[in-house]
Design a protein around this ligand. Structure first.
Ligand SMILES: *Cc1c(COP(=O)(O)O)cnc(C)c1O
Length: 365
């Protein structure tokens, strides 16, 4: 039985009528960019996340970029972030001419270590950009405390954490801005690129709506230099259909993760630690093992997918290494050398999980 990392076709088949009808209606109407489905989705997403405003944009990367532009962050500014994330987190910091400052990660959650943030603050620091990696919320209580002490903004990268909560609060509703990705394989994914920024600030909401649409509040009146970064109606149709089911999707991800962790206990691999103050939505199920190559080969030989998120921490990436000097972040480096992610998606069956685990055990034997 071949098992992919993620099977997007199952949800499409379940939602086919709703999605097909919605997309056909968009084509009949011929209003493609922004429009009634986009507005409705923004309202539905804001209500779900418990925020005042949700502004959709063209991708998660754009969400991060526009959030930093709207915050007025630019050249000479420093933004503290994690080295153990997808490159887009730090790319966005560079897009605005600011400097990413990487701080080591927590050895249990793999999220930014709040204790390290304080030591990295300088007079140039403007913001902290934590990532809720693999769907596990960052300890935002600790990050907010540092931000408050030093007058810093917190911008959350929620690309992997739609629906995750920390101390009962949705990720994306805790910092001054939350940035989401709707890349197809994310917990809430569309059928192309898409993203969203959340905020409780009326002022930031207004700025973001201008920035995503060529700096324009009123058509052909341009107040600032903006961008072309809008969601389209077809993507909004897909997102509205899936948003109604996101709680069930995330619950099933936790079911799969729980079964993996039970079956992998006492195999010697390190299973994900779950911070009980939060609700983890398991965008990825990531283990640590010193035998990564062997396990991945065993899985591949059996037709089972696996992946390494992420093999090289950002301070060691060619594009950032020179600016980081010889910076050493031992926890991130150690985790990057041993991590591997197993297939996970809401519709994964117990039988599929059992087969993955049996194959991992065989490879380790
Ligand atoms: C996916 C992802 C992004 C970028 O989102 P896109 O929609 O692909 O641009 C940013 N940060 C993290 C942590 C991600 O996983």
């Amino acid at each position: 039985m071949t098992i992919p990392m993620v099977d997007l076709n199952i949800q499409y088949r379940q939602l086919k009528e709703e999605i097909d009808n919605g997309i056909l209606a968009v084509m009949e109407k011929c209003q493609f960019i922004l429009g009634p489905n986009v507005s409705a989705f923004e309202e539905e997403a804001a209500a779900f996340l418990g925020v005042k405003h949700a502004v959709t944009v063209a991708s998660g990367t754009d969400a991060l970029h526009l959030a930093l532009v709207a915050s007025g962050i630019g050249p000479g500014d420093e933004v503290i972030t994690t080295p153990f994330t997808f490159v887009a987190t730090a790319e966005a910091i560079r897009y605005v001419g600011a400097t990413p400052v990487f701080v080591d990660i927590d050895p249990l959650t793999y999220n930014i270590d709040p204790a390290g943030i304080e030591a990295a603050v300088t007079p140039a620091t403007r913001a902290v950009l934590p990532v809720h990696l693999f769907g596990q919320p960052t300890d935002t209580d600790a990050v907010v405390a540092v931000c408050d002490r030093h007058g810093l903004l917190m911008v959350e990268d929620c690309a992997q954490s739609f629906g995750a909560t920390f101390q009962g609060r949705m990720t994306g509703s805790i910092g001054s801005l939350g940035c989401f990705s709707f890349f197809p394989s994310k917990n809430l994914g569309c059928y192309g690129d898409g993203g969203m920024i959340t905020t409780d600030s009326d002022e930031l909401d207004e700025k973001l709506r201008m920035l995503r649409n060529h700096g324009s509040r009123q058509r052909y009146h341009h107040g600032v230099i903006g961008f072309n970064s809008r969601l389209d109606e077809i993507q909004a149709v897909v997102l509205r259909a899936k948003l109604k089911r996101i709680d069930s999707y995330n619950r099933n991800r936790r079911r799969v993760a729980g079964l993996y962790s039970r079956l992998l206990a006492e195999t010697g691999v390190t299973t994900p630690h779950v911070d009980e103050r939060g609700v983890h939505v398991f965008h990825q199920y990531t283990i640590l093992t010193g035998d990564r190559d062997r396990v991945m080969k065993g899985l591949a030989d059996a037709g089972i997918a696996s992946a390494v998120y992420y093999p090289i921490p950002l301070h060691r990436q060619e594009v950032f290494a020179a600016a980081c000097g010889g910076l050493s972040l031992p926890v991130a480096e150690s985790v990057a050398g041993r991590c591997m992610s197993l297939p996970i998606f809401p519709e994964m069956t117990d039988g599929q999980v059992e087969e993955v685990v049996a194959t991992v055990k065989k490879a380790l034997a």
